[in-house]
Design a protein around this ligand. Structure first.
Ligand SMILES: O=c1[nH]c(=O)c2[nH]c(=O)[nH]c2[nH]1
Length: 331
């Protein structure tokens, strides 16, 4: 009797739940796939170029991500894998494309790779390629550059985001990340808002350090042929952006991170006509003066400062995008 009662109540409950469940699915299912892209991330690739004549070898190490968009909705909503180019195949394509094409400049390689996917698969309409190129620098041995040995000097990377969009063109954003710099003078910060929240002293001479993240947005390319036409400009732009950033950092008697980064941006725009905008994100990595006057009156502040305490956090974070006049940046 007990068993019957519980089985009956189970059946009543079940039918209740299932009717709610079916109602939910048939009449109240208002959801739809709003956006989707998929692909392979963190594909690590190293390509060696061997010049048989000179014996000089060159390496490029990169980490690649490719994400695809297109008529792939049914793979999410109907478990339809017939529209899925497997992410494993995407990984294979990255290796094959690296074997068959130059990987430098990365802007060109990304455009070749992305264009492959929209041309090969009629239902794929956009390919988003991200390439992080790790910095390996040729070793100098006894004053001579070595033909096949390299050193990684830090965490600096050269990056590109290449968006190949069918019917629109190729959008390219190039960047440098992780370029850590410090100057021990030639940096000031004064005249800022002073109110009941302020403890920071004005300074006419401080240490300035940052991890440079700089990016430059190219004007839209109409397609792969347009990118190829300009392919020699990509390395030149990277070299100019890096050199301008370092020279301005070193030589500017900085009024603030904001003022110095703006100077960097306007020089890069002037040097590379094909750019629409230049952006920076600069952490202000603080090095605090240490007051040691409590110990036998040691002078270690202001003009006497020699020993500083580097701070890992918190840090300032200053960002800007510099555009060409007439195209005011969105603030
Ligand atoms: O260059 C600087 N900009 C700031 O906005 C700022 N704020 C701060 O406390 N120190 C600094 N330094």
């Amino acid at each position: 009797m007990g068993l019957y009662a519980s089985s009956l109540s189970f059946r009543i409950l079940y039918s209740c739940f299932s009717s709610i469940f079916q109602l939910h699915h048939s009449q109240f299912n208002m959801s739809a796939l709003a956006a989707a892209r998929y692909g392979k991330d963190n594909v690590r690739v190293c390509k060696v170029h061997r010049d048989e004549k000179t014996g000089i070898q060159t390496i490029v190490e990169m980490t690649v991500c490719v994400l695809l968009e297109g008529d792939i909705e049914t793979s999410y909503t109907k478990a339809d894998n017939s529209v899925v180019v497997a992410t494993d195949s995407i990984k294979n394509t990255i290796f094959i494309t690296a074997k068959q094409n130059p990987v430098n400049p990365p802007e060109l390689f990304g455009s070749i790779l992305g264009t492959h996917f929209i041309e090969k698969y009629s239902h794929i309409h956009a390919a988003h390629v991200n390439i992080v190129t790790h910095r390996w620098v040729r070793l100098d041995i006894d004053g001579k550059s070595h033909p096949h040995s390299f050193i990684k000097p830090g965490s600096e990377t050269r990056n590109v985001q290449v968006d190949v969009i069918e019917g629109k063109g190729i959008e390219i954003n190039s960047s440098i990340k992780g370029l850590t710099v410090l100057k021990s003078t030639g940096s000031q910060f004064w005249g800022f808002v002073r109110d009941e929240y302020t403890t920071l002293k004005e300074t006419w001479d401080r240490l300035l350090s940052t991890d440079v993240a700089a990016n430059w947005q190219w004007r839209l390319f109409t397609g792969l042929a347009d990118v190829k036409t300009h392919s020699e400009k990509f390395n030149a732009a990277w070299e100019a952006a890096r050199a301008i950033t370092l020279k301005t950092f070193a030589e500017d008697n900085s009024a603030s991170v904001q003022a110095t980064m703006y100077k960097m941006g306007e020089q890069i725009l002037a040097a590379v006509p094909l750019l629409d905008t230049v952006g920076y994100a600069l952490p202000n990595i603080h090095f605090f003066e240490v007051d040691l006057s409590w110990h036998k009156g040691i002078k270690n502040t202001g003009k006497d400062a020699e020993v500083y305490a580097p701070q890992s956090n918190p840090n300032g974070l200053i960002k800007c995008t510099v555009g060409r006049s007439g195209q005011k940046a969105k603030l």
